[in-house]
Design a protein around this ligand. Structure first.
Ligand code: SF4
Ligand code: SF4
Length: 108
């Protein structure tokens, strides 16, 4: 291989036809409100923990939709269950309860 003095990062694209959608279906069966999420980001913008750690309900939901369970758990591991995200969700999703369910289903 020719050395150009730099490397190209691997693609972060996800093939949605091949990703495991079972994890998100299991969550949607328990928490149907998750289907109402429009990825607006209000939850992440209001999150106290996000000031200190990469915490995001929005990104966790998107990760689960893409079958990235470990990434979703990582994005919620610093959550303090304060409930601020629940208060600002324009879709009325009880995100705090959703986080508890995600940790219950996928947590180790
Ligand atoms: S605030 Fe509600 S609708 Fe917006 S991204 Fe968060 S969970 Fe989804
Ligand atoms: S409940 Fe968790 S994710 Fe929601 S605002 Fe509080 S710390 Fe952030």
């Amino acid at each position: 291989m020719i050395d150009f003095g730099f490397t190209v990062s691997p693609s972060s694209r996800i093939n949605l036809d091949k990703c495991d959608k079972k994890s998100f279906s299991a969550l949607a069966a328990l928490e149907p409100d998750v289907l109402k999420c429009m990825a607006c980001g209000s939850c992440s913008a209001s999150c106290t923990a996000a000031h200190f750690e990469p915490t995001s309900v929005r990104r966790a939901i998107l990760s689960l939709q893409n079958g990235q369970v470990e990434q979703a758990l990582d994005l919620l591991k610093s959550c303090m269950l304060c409930g601020k995200c629940t208060m600002v969700c324009p879709r009325g999703i009880n995100t705090r309860h959703l986080i508890i369910s995600i940790q219950k289903i996928y947590g180790k």
